[in-house]
Design a binder for this molecule. Sequence first.
Ligand SMILES: Nc1nc2c(c(=O)[nH]1)N[C@H]1C(S)=C(S)[C@@H](COP(=O)(O)O)O[C@H]1N2
Ligand SMILES: [Mo]
Length: 320
Amino acid sequence: MLLRKAPDLTYADVTPKSLYLDRRKFLRGMGIAGAAALAGARLWDLASPRTSAFAATKFSGLIKSPFSTTEKQNTYDDVTHYNNFYEFGTDKSDPSKNAQKFQTAPWTVSVEGAVKKPRQFTLDEILKLAPLEERIYRHRCVEAWSIVVPWIGYSFSALAKAVEPTPKARYVAFESYYDPRQMPWGKYAGIDFPYVEGLRLDEAMNPLALLCVGMYGESLPNQDGAPVRMVLPWKYGFKSAKSLVKIRFTEKQPPTTWNRMASNEYGFYANVNPKVDHPRWSQAKERRLGEFFKRETLMFNGYGEQVASMYNGMDLRKNY
Ligand SMILES: Nc1nc2c(c(=O)[nH]1)N[C@H]1C(S)=C(S)[C@@H](COP(=O)(O)O)O[C@H]1N2
Ligand SMILES: [Mo]
C-alpha cells in the first residue's frame, strides 16, 4: 500500500474530482463569473495543499473483495454531494459544503471496555492493521434511497482481534467525533451528539462489517465520514457511524442515536427489511441515486446469505 503525503500531491490530488473529471462540462454549468472565481480558488488550494478537503491519500494495491457487487457504481459526485451527516447540517447538500474544513489529522480512535488490550490507535496504525480491500457495497438509507460505493477498508473483526475482547463483551458501541466549534450546525439538527451506534458482538464480527477508511481509491472525503467509519451493508445507513473516535466493547446493549430519538421508528437492529415499513413510509422500494424508477428493496439489502443466520429465531417485526 502506498501512502502519498502532502508534499508530492499531484494536480489531481488537490483538485476536486468534479473539476478534473469533466472540467469543461463543469465550467459550462458555472458560467463565466463562477469560472473566474473557481480559477482563483484553485490557485489558493494549490498554495495550501494541507487543507483537509484536498489532502486526499491515494491507495494502491487494494485487494478486490469477494463480497463486492458487480452492480453499476454510483458516481463520486453522487456519493459526495448527497449525504447524511447531521453534525454538518440536515440538508443532503449541507455536509459537502460545511465539512470542507473539518480537521481530521491528527486522529486517534480509543478502543476500550471489555477487552484484554485496550488502547488508542492512530489513524496510521489503523491503516496498517490489516490489508486494505476495495469492497463495492450497496448502501441503503432508511429514507429509501440507495447508493453503490467502492469503499476501502477491512473487516472490523481485525480490529477486534487486536484488542482481544473478553467473554464479557456482548456488544460493541461506536462513537463519532463531536466538536460544536467545528460542527456548529449540530445544534440545529434535533438529535443529541456525539452520534452513537451499536452492534451485537456477532454482528460486529461478521466479515461483512467493514471498518472503512476510504472510497473510490482514496481516503474518505470529510462528508462521508473521514477519516474512519463503519459500513454495514445489510443495515440501514444510520447504523454506519462516521468519523469514529471511540469503540467500546460492552456487556449491555448500548444506546443508539436514532433509537433514543424515536424508538418506535428506529430500532437497535435496523436490518434492511422490505416487509417492515417505517411508521411514516414504506420500505418496500428504494431509489438508487441517479435513477428515475424505483427498485425493489431486498431483504438484508441482498446480503442474506452472509447475515441471515445471525437472526435465526428472532422476530424481525419486533426487532426492527
Ligand atoms: N456521525 C454520524 N454518522 C452518520 C450519520 C450522521 O448524521 N452522523 N448519518 C448516517 C446516515 S442516516 C447515513 S444514510 C449514512 C450516510 O453515509 P454517506 O453520506 O457516506 O452516504 O451515514 C450515517 N452515519
Ligand atoms: Mo440514512
